[in-house]
Design a binder for this molecule. Structure first.
Ligand code: OGA
Ligand code: MN
Length: 286
């Protein structure tokens, strides 16, 4: 996979590439914009290091992929309502960790985000890596029998376990020190999405379930769904489908939220980690 203006070096066999040759603090040429988009479709998550971004630069990069998605339940920055601060303080040691479960962002929404641009403002001295997994590869590796079973199924997604009225964040003990996360009754809603979705750009099929927001298969109970969902979740995070990014301050990650899951590792107790995220709107999964 070659590009006109950038180079992309894979960091793992299944997905993820580190991109060089782009300065994201400057408006991108059309050729560079095309290359970066193509690199994202090719690699599903791409990384840039040593980028000195203002909030305006950050918003501009995200804007090359689509409209901004306003993240529900998480309070945005006061000065930039389209940017969320993802912060874990020293005092969050041993508990709160945003993104610390395998998930695809906001799959509980009717139209979940297409992707995100995550920027590191302060990385801990060690730890705080993020993992991604390739849900296309996970789908491809299933047997033909399992693929055809899943091809016709829908699953119910909901924020209820995290942000619903009985969810994790409704417990005072689980509040973040720095982030303002507001659960509400709207978090209790459920929406059906296909278990296998087709990527609108590449036409490739991927698994579309995750252990946080997928509560059951459509027209089945949670108990009935749990064995197969459990198998699929375990299968989807087999190490060979994943990549791992070791953040450095001022690194950027852009991921395609439609064909990946990710996981933020909270292994830096006693240190601070500070990220900014701009989220890009997506379409209804088909
Ligand atoms: C996110 C998330 C990952 C991280 O921004 O969607 O899950 O590494 N965070 O902070
Ligand atoms: Mn996330």
């Amino acid at each position: 996979m070659t590009y006109q203006t950038i180079e992309a070096q894979s960091i793992a066999g299944s997905l993820g590439a580190e991109v060089t040759g782009a300065d994201l603090s400057k408006p991108l040429t059309n050729a560079a914009t095309d290359d970066i988009q193509k690199a994202l479709w090719d690699h599903k998550v791409i990384f840039f290091r040593d980028q000195d971004l203002s909030p305006e630069d950050h918003l501009r990069i995200a804007g090359t992929f689509g409209d901004v998605y306003r993240v529900p339940f998480v309070k945005a920055r006061d000065d930039y309502p389209d940017i969320i601060d993802i912060v874990r303080e020293e005092a969050d040691a041993g508990k709160y960790n945003f993104g610390g479960v395998w998930h695809s962002d906001a799959s509980f929404d009717e139209c979940p985000p297409m992707g995100s641009v995550l920027y590191s403002l302060e990385s801990p001295p060690y730890g705080g890596d993020t993992l991604w997994t390739n849900m296309e590869a996970a789908y491809e590796a299933l047997s033909d029998g399992m693929k055809s079973l899943l091809d016709g199924m829908n699953a119910m997604h909901s924020a209820e376990r995290n942000y619903g009225s009985g969810g994790y964040f409704n417990d005072d003990d689980n509040q973040s020190v720095a982030m303002d996360i507001k659960p509400s009754e709207s978090g209790d809603a459920r929406i059906a999405h296909p278990v296998v979705r087709t990527h609108p750009v590449t036409g490739k099929k991927s698994l579309y379930i995750n252990p946080v927001y997928t509560v059951c298969f459509e027209d089945m109970t949670e108990e009935e769904s749990a064995p197969l969902l459990g198998f699929l979740h375990g299968h989807a995070i087999r190490p060979e489908f994943t990549c791992r990014f070791d953040w450095t301050t001022h690194a950027v990650a852009i991921w395609d939220n439609r064909c990946t899951m990710h996981f933020a590792i909270g292994d830096y107790d006693g240190h601070r980690r500070h990220m900014n995220r701009v989220t890009v709107a997506g379409e209804r999964p088909a």
